[in-house]
Design a protein around this ligand. Structure first.
Ligand code: GLS
Length: 834
């Protein structure tokens, strides 16, 4: 009789709870075991791809063991968990991150070295998990990292897209998109859970419950299965391991054998295709919403599976549903997961039989909502007819949420029809639209922006009336942060070693306040030299990367001036390239002797444009056209180089960011909610050239305004400028005019190609105020150059900046959310006595 372990089988428990031994021999054993048994390799057929896979699987074994421990413990003590719902998780690579977290980097280096591999090459075998567009998705990844590292019980929930963020190729200067087939080879960082699968319904019709006003039965035969994949999130320096649960549409039950047997092969798989497509692709839009029906269905699949899963976990506790908010906090990462609100209402009312009021109380005590943008084109709205067709029950619930909300407001402000119209969740357009930001706001107990200025702006604009109705306290600020694990310790090993030396150990990685101690080293000449040597090495690494990815040779002794982010008009890459053109013009006017005196500069761009965003794609073309002309101009040589690095990604960022002297964050004031790469650059000893916008402002406050180059108009001035420009021609200064002239003289190829970019300024009202900010932008560049000439002062700025960056650790952000929004506490597994 084979023995099945009972729940209190101590042998089984002890075995599963004891850590796998950390010595090199055990690791080697486990890597070899995976090579042979998981991947069918013999010593003769090991290549680096399989060396990576086997190593990664052996690391995964350790993580999953800790994952089990963590979740078992949190279940046992009845810990309250936070669920971070996000349609995007821009994770990047995991192998190196996991090795550092487990403290096993040296051991793996040894094991791999013994069989002739170099750890760095093996790390390079990993494909990025690029399930996000930009800042919003990367923030979600940093946040789950911080939850794990700070021992907060928390999970991320998302979708497992088969195709992540597209691969960007540059052909003839243009962006060309290719699918990101990241799951083509085995993915060690996910654990499939066929046992965790939920049905998700679409379309159909409603049958009213004769016994209850609010209850309905929703009948439909369009039902898809969402299956869970768990992605372990290594906690650095702790036993806790976090989790991101990603849903994928399961299709095998949808194969129609009858159709197949009758010879209709296409029909046989039709249902599978329809289901599969739901989790096939990540929509490649950042800060825009294109209102596609498939996107709505993705959002619902995600929300329904997630709510069912959270409730299934809750039911195991046997506690009454009214206590759900004591065990679960749900954070909506922007409006994309807002259907979670009516979905929870539906389950509580229709399936669990709760009254409307009971359900609403539970729902609003559980959800909280983060707004990440105020760009009008990003505001999610769904046409009522579309929602009604796909999710008839939810449309009904949304109508009721709105009705009860408006009734309350009417009582509070009797007779104010205009107010009701302004705040209604249903916009009275043709067709009517559901305003998701309002639904998220009404369904949540807290609403936050992502930097101080942004949180103020949303209180004065989109949520102004809600502040009046629901009270100031509901609307708070949670300034973003970034993970020091990935964005310092992992991507900048030399600077990290230096900091470790100063602090005495590596504990600063989990407690960034300790970097303050760097200030004590400001006068230490030797330290300063080593600091700069680390920066220089990073610049050389980037120069190498540029050479291999673009073929352009740049000098690592030039000033590295970097702007990497999504290509978007409001981020003003166009202003940057206009200033490069102007600089080129100036250099061409100079004698060779004068040029010799200039600070040599490499201007580096990278970033993707949404596939349907024509203007952004033309900006990429212009950058590449300018690069081609400037880089091949022998007169100019190394004094100016322009580079567009293709296929920006988390992994590329890890090489690019540590190498900056200057990085640009130059959005029109009031448009960039926060920005997070600004934090990463400064944390790596780079200086910011930026507008008074987003988190730039708070970075300036922390590190001192002498450490940052601000320029441009202020957020409160923007509306007046825009108003003026709606009725008056912009007046470009002579520098901007020079740039226009050069383009129009075909200096960078056919001027016709770029005329629409100039027209957007000169005829289109210059919405992003390039003509307004250009003069101060050029002045700021001059100030940068002057400062860079004084090397000593520059090094001081660099060290001081890093020393004062503690606030921008995502650990701080997560702690604030935990204390002020989620009401959860750290629950370290270590010594938990399991
Ligand atoms: C964004 C904002 O544009 C960024 O400024 C912000 O840093 C990020 C995370 O809060 O969210 N909003 C968005 O739609 N995409 C973003 O990157």
């Amino acid at each position: 009789q084979p023995k099945t372990p009972s729940k209190d089988d101590s042998e089984f428990r002890d075995y599963s709870h004891s850590e796998i031994s950390r010595d090199v021999a055990t690791i080697k054993n486990s890597v070899v075991m995976h090579l042979t048994a998981t991947f069918l390799r013999t010593p003769a057929s090991i290549d680096s791809a399989h060396a990576y896979l086997a190593s990664a699987f052996s690391v995964r074994d350790r993580l999953l063991q800790r994952w089990n421990l963590t979740n078992e413990y949190h279940d046992k003590i009845g810990a309250k968990r936070v669920y971070y719902m996000s349609l995007e998780f821009l994770i990047g690579r995991t192998f190196d991150n996991a090795l550092l977290a487990l403290g096993l980097r040296q051991e793996y280096s040894k094991v791999l070295g013994d069989v002739g591999f170099c750890l760095e090459d093996i790390i390079d075998e990993e494909r990025d998990a690029a399930l996000g567009n930009g800042g919003l998705g990367r923030l979600a990844a940093c946040y789950v990292d911080s939850m794990a590292c700070s021992n907060y019980p928390g999970w991320g929930y998302g979708l497992r897209y088969k195709y992540g963020m597209f691969q960007q190729q540059i052909l003839n200067g243009y962006q060309v998109e290719a699918p990101d087939c990241w799951l083509d080879s085995p993915n060690p960082w996910e654990f499939p859970r066929p046992d965790v699968t939920y049905p998700v319904k679409f379309y159909g019709h409603l049958v009213r419950d004769p016994h209850s006003e609010h209850r309905f039965k929703w009948e439909s035969n369009v039902v898809y299965d969402a299956m869970a994949f768990d992605v372990p999130v290594p906690g650095y320096g702790t036993t806790n391991v976090g989790n991101i649960r990603l849903w994928s549409c399961k299709t095998n039950t949808l194969f129609d054998l009858n159709k197949f047997n009758s010879g209709d092969y296409q029909g046989a798989t039709g249902g599978q295709v329809a289901a599969q497509i739901l989790t096939d692709v990540l929509y490649p839009n950042d800060n825009t919403n294109d209102g596609k029906e498939l996107r709505l269905r993705q959002e619902y699949l995600f929300c329904s599976a997630t709510m069912q899963d959270i409730l299934a976990r809750f039911r195991k506790t046997n506690r009454p549903l009214s206590e759900l908010p004591d065990l679960a906090a749900i954070q909506l990462n922007d409006t994309h997961p807002t259907l979670g609100v009516p979905e929870l209402m539906r389950i509580l009312i229709d399936d669990e039989g709760l009254s409307w009021d009971e359900a609403w109380d539970i729902t609003t005590r559980t959800f909280a909502f983060t707004n990440h943008t105020i760009l009008p084109e990003a505001m999610e709205k769904w046409p009522v007819p579309m929602l009604d067709k796909i999710l008839p029950r939810h449309m009904g619930i949304i109508y009721d949420i709105n009705l009860f909300f408006l009734q309350k407001v009417e009582k509070q402000f009797p007779g104010d029809r205009e107010l009701l119209n302004k705040i209604s969740i249903i916009e009275e357009s043709n067709p009517q639209q559901v305003r998701m930001a309002f639904l998220a706001c009404v369904g949540s107990h807290k609403v936050n922006g992502v930097a101080a200025i942004h949180s103020d702006i949303i209180k004065q604009t989109i949520f102004k009336d809600f502040v009046r109705i629901q009270g100031e306290d509901k609307f708070i600020n949670k300034t973003n942060g970034v993970s020091p694990r990935r964005w310092m310790n992992e991507c900048n090993p030399d600077m990290s070693d230096l900091i470790t030396e100063v602090v005495g150990d590596r504990s600063w990685v989990n407690d960034l306040t300790k970097v303050k101690q760097l200030e004590g080293k400001l006068e230490d000449v030797n330290f300063r030299e080593r600091w700069w040597a680390a920066k220089q090495k990073n610049k050389e690494r980037l120069a190498e990367y540029i050479l291999t990815t673009t073929g352009i040779k740049v000098s690592a002794h030039a000033l590295f001036d970097i702007q990497v982010k999504r290509i978007h008009e409001y981020k003003r890459q166009l202003m940057n390239i206009f200033s490069v053109i102007y600089r080129y013009h100036l250099l061409k006017q100079m004698s060779p002797e004068q040029r010799e005196q200039e600070v040599p500069r490499v201007v580096i761009f990278a970033g993707k444009a949404a596939s349907g965003y024509w203007v952004a794609k033309q900006v990429i073309k212009l950058i590449n056209s300018v690069a081609e002309v400037v880089n091949s101009d022998e007169e100019i040589g190394d004094v100016l180089k322009v580079v567009f690095i293709p296929d920006y990604s988390v992994t590329a960022a890890e090489v690019i960011i540590p190498a900056s002297d200057i990085s640009q964050h130059i959005s029109t004031a009031g448009t960039e909610a926060s920005g997070t790469s600004n934090m990463k650059f400064v944390l790596n000893g780079g200086i910011i050239l930026g507008t008074v916008d987003g988190a730039n402002i708070e970075i300036g406050e922390e590190i001192g305004e002498e450490q940052i180059f601000f320029f441009g108009c202020l957020a409160h001035e923007v509306e007046d400028f825009r108003h003026y420009l709606r009725f008056n021609q912009p007046k470009p200064d002579s520098a901007l005019q020079t740039a226009f002239d050069m383009i129009q003289r075909n200096t960078f190829g056919d001027a016709q190609l770029f005329q629409p970019l100039i027209d957007a300024i000169m005829r289109g009202g210059d919405v992003y105020l390039l003509s307004v900010d250009f003069p101060s932008y050029i002045e700021a560049h001059k100030a940068v150059e002057e400062a860079y000439r004084n090397h000593d002062e520059w090094v001081t700025k660099s060290i001081l900046s890093v020393a004062r960056m503690a606030k921008f650790s995502s650990d701080r952000s997560i702690q604030e959310y935990a204390e002020e929004v989620w009401n959860i506490e750290p629950q370290p597994v270590l010594n938990c006595g399991l």
